[in-house]
Design a protein around this ligand. Structure first.
Ligand SMILES: *[C@@H]1O[C@H](CO)[C@@H](O)[C@H](O)[C@H]1NC(C)=O
Ligand SMILES: *[C@@H]1O[C@H](CO)[C@@H](O)[C@H](O)[C@H]1NC(C)=O
Ligand SMILES: *[C@@H]1O[C@H](CO)[C@@H](O)[C@H](O)[C@H]1NC(C)=O
Ligand SMILES: *[C@@H]1O[C@H](CO)[C@@H](O)[C@H](O)[C@H]1NC(C)=O
Length: 431
């Protein structure tokens, strides 16, 4: 019953040298028709070098992939070869929450998307043709992916089943008698293989893709390798990763040490339009690293909430850059992206005069990460940024160097400059 949302650190994986392959196959995209137990079916391998949160071990026809963030293990084997003896999958009807072991055949050819970063990776690997369905509420910014998925079926999630409820009750192990929520994707139709998703799911056919929880900047890009392993696209992934790593290190080398402090804040607004307070958010470790690699300092105070706006101003008085995380709730439900007038009102910059000395205001350095967004409010920051930390670092360096509000950033929108959101729709796809 303990729902497990874990943010684990992963130790660098140790790649074990295996017995050398008997045969090296030129092509792994098809199912194998004659199996040889001594063959190394995956001559191209990936290995995570940074704090990504996953690791992969290869053994002949199998890959043992551990996602330490979702707490899941995937044993994948080459299509047409036997399921590995030691696979030991969690039974499909298990009520276990977390720690599932899932067994599946690769390569992917009919997959479901419910992960924005996985979608970005699938595009980078040119595997769009393998996407056969998406989750009902899945939203992305990429114009061509929007176009690609528009005509595809949408799948539902199941929240528990009558069967699992009965089982749970009769098992009588729960003192409270509460039900275990068994969330799963309904992908039983049309030969769909698995869903790329964000969270660990209690089903045998979802794969969590978690670059947002990597501990460092390049660890985010490592997830290209993770997704590629389900397509036997290791060689392509290594090439893409090496380019991102080189580009990251080159940007880092061009950064100059400055003295700016960066923090993340938001106003809290309820649906009737009332601002109920202000918050300072904790920066994720990868963003702290990115800010430092760009030559700035990350605000190191704890997350905090304020009821009084002057207390909030006092807490952020040394910030040179404010990254805004607010949302604008809509009275009919849902939320939308704030504009500059929303921020003026939300932070009381229009009514309260004590704001004037705040450094981020006098230097026009208030940003939001939603410069590229879709009409259904997906932002590209949650999609491509998650695997392209080199481009993010370039944005942060522009922010570090700007004397009055950076422009020409890829994902950060300069709010005082009232920079317009670049709204993306399927019509923007040029292919
Ligand atoms: C996974 O996370 C746990 C808990 O943080 C840690 O003890 C363990 O070493 C991690 N495993 C790997 C392979 O990194
Ligand atoms: C590899 O697989 C592709 C796609 O199925 C096929 O077109 C190609 O002929 C194969 N190449 C080799 C060397 O087997
Ligand atoms: C709006 O909601 C807040 C919090 O739920 C409540 O305190 C306030 O009275 C409401 N204001 C109006 C005008 O309805
Ligand atoms: C997205 O934003 C629009 C307004 O720009 C709004 O009408 C819609 O409800 C929002 N969608 C969600 C899911 O919040």
């Amino acid at each position: 019953m303990i729902s497990r949302i874990s943010l684990y650190i992963v130790a660098a994986s140790v790649f074990s040298a295996l017995t050398l392959p008997v045969t090296v196959l030129a092509n792994q995209s098809d199912c194998v028709s004659s199996y040889n137990s001594k063959t190394d079916y995956f001559p191209d391998k990936v290995q995570a070098k940074y704090n990504s949160g996953f690791d992969i071990t290869y053994k002949n026809n199998a890959k043992y992939i551990r996602n330490n963030i979702s707490g899941e293990t995937y044993v994948v084997y080459q299509c047409g070869t036997p399921v590995p003896d030691d696979a030991n999958p969690t039974p499909a009807n298990s009520l276990q929450v977390g720690d599932w072991t899932k067994v599946m055949a690769v390569p992917g050819s009919k997959v479901v998307l419910d992960s924005a970063p996985a979608s970005a990776i699938v595009e980078l690997l040119s595997m769009q043709d393998t996407v056969a369905a998406t989750y009902k509420y899945f939203a992305i910014t990429s114009a061509c992916m929007q176009k690609d998925i528009a005509s595809l079926p949408r799948v539902e999630q199941n929240f528990g089943t009558p069967d699992s409820r009965r089982r749970r009750r009769s098992a009588g192990t729960s003192s409270s008698g509460s039900l275990v929520r068994r969330v799963s994707y309904d992908i039983t139709k049309d030969g769909l293989q698995w869903t790329f998703t964000t969270y660990g799911m209690s089903d045998p056919h979802s794969i969590a893709v978690n670059p947002e929880s990597a501990k460092d900047m390049l660890g985010k890009a490592e997830w290209i390798k993770f997704v590629a392993a389900f397509y036997n696209k290791e060689a392509e992934a290594n090439k893409l990763f090496d380019q991102i790593e080189a580009s990251y290190n080159s940007a880092k080398g061009s950064a100059t040490k400055g003295s700016k402090t960066v923090g993340i804040a938001r106003y809290n607004k309820v649906a009737n339009g009332t601002v109920t307070g202000w918050s300072i958010d904790q920066l994720q470790p990868w963003l702290v690293q990115g800010i430092e690699d760009a030559g700035m300092k990350a605000y190191s105070g704890d997350s905090a909430s304020f009821k009084n706006v002057d207390d909030f101003y006092t807490a952020v008085k040394d910030w040179d850059v404010l990254i805004d995380n607010s949302i604008e709730p809509l009275s009919h439900g849902g939320a939308t992206i704030p504009q500059w007038n929303n921020l003026l009102d939300g932070y009381k910059f229009d009514s309260d005069k004590s704001y004037k000395s705040l450094p981020f205001l006098s230097s026009n350095a208030i940003y939001r990460s939603d410069l590229i967004s879709s009409y259904d409010n997906a932002t590209d920051y949650n999609e491509h940024l998650q695997i392209q930390p080199d481009v993010l670092l370039q944005d942060l360096i522009k922010i570090s160097k700007a004397s009055s509000g950076a422009k020409d950033t890829t994902w950060y929108r300069n709010m005082p400059a009232q920079e317009s959101v670049k709204w993306v729709s399927a019509n923007d796809c040029k292919n």
